[in-house]
Design a protein around this ligand. Structure first.
Ligand code: CA
Length: 221
């Protein structure tokens, strides 16, 4: 899952970026509202954390502009403490949730996971699909026979995306867009390498190659 983090407080942004990356998200970041709006229009983010007070363009305008153009990316807005009007304005502009500053990174993570699962139509507890159960907190997967397998950060991100889109053909480009952040070399065959690593852990038949098109996640094989 790939997130856009928009916050002009450099120290807070660095801290949140670290926490989000540790939780297995690919993170792009900016402290400028106009840049955020452009990124949100061009990159396929799975979610956005959006501060409201920003240089360049304020967060509410960014959010309103996205929604007016039909961009329904899940957005959590960060509001000033006790600013109830900001919260109301945020929801009116199309926010999915809000968080008042100051907050603990763990709370932001919980909100993000809840908003993403709602957006994907998943139940709030765990991601289950194809005989597998993905544990977001421990970054591990449990197979149908009860074996728990630890995953590296990239394996986890890739498997999470596969599980949410089980049975669909996913191209390497699409997988790379949702699993990496902007700085990654998307030309490399890293997706292929990681697909093979997941196959070794979950069984050869878990991910089928659709020649010339990409991969299809089948589940526990
Ligand atoms: Ca701010």
């Amino acid at each position: 899952m790939r997130l856009l983090l928009v916050e002009d407080d450099d120290a807070l942004r660095a801290e949140l970026r670290e926490e989000l990356a540790a939780a297995g998200f690919a993170v792009d970041e900016t402290g400028n509202g106009a840049d955020a709006e452009a990124l949100g229009d061009t990159e396929p983010y799975d979610g956005v954390v959006l501060d409201l007070g920003l240089p360049g363009r304020d967060g509410l305008s960014v959010l309103r502009n996205w929604r007016e153009r039909g961009n329904m990316v899940p957005v959590i807005v960060l509001t000033a403490r006790d600013a109830w009007h900001e919260k109301v304005a945020g929801f009116r502009a199309g926010a999915d949730d809000y968080l008042a500053k100051p907050f603990h990174a763990a709370e932001l993570l919980a909100r993000i996971n809840a908003v993403l699962r709602r957006a994907q139509g998943q139940s709030p507890a765990q991601i289950r699909n194809g005989g597998l159960t993905l544990d977001e907190e421990r970054q591990s997967v449990t197979t149908a026979d009860g074996t728990t397998i630890p995953l590296t950060g990239l394996e986890f991100r890739l498997l999470r995306y596969f599980m949410i889109h089980r049975g669909r053909v996913l191209s390497k480009d699409r997988l790379a867009e949702h699993v990496y952040d902007r700085d990654y070399d998307q030309e490399s065959n890293v997706i292929e390498v990681y697909v093979n690593r997941l196959r070794r852990k979950l069984g050869e038949g878990s991910i089928r190659t659709q020649r010339g098109q990409g991969y299809v996640f089948e589940g526990d094989a």
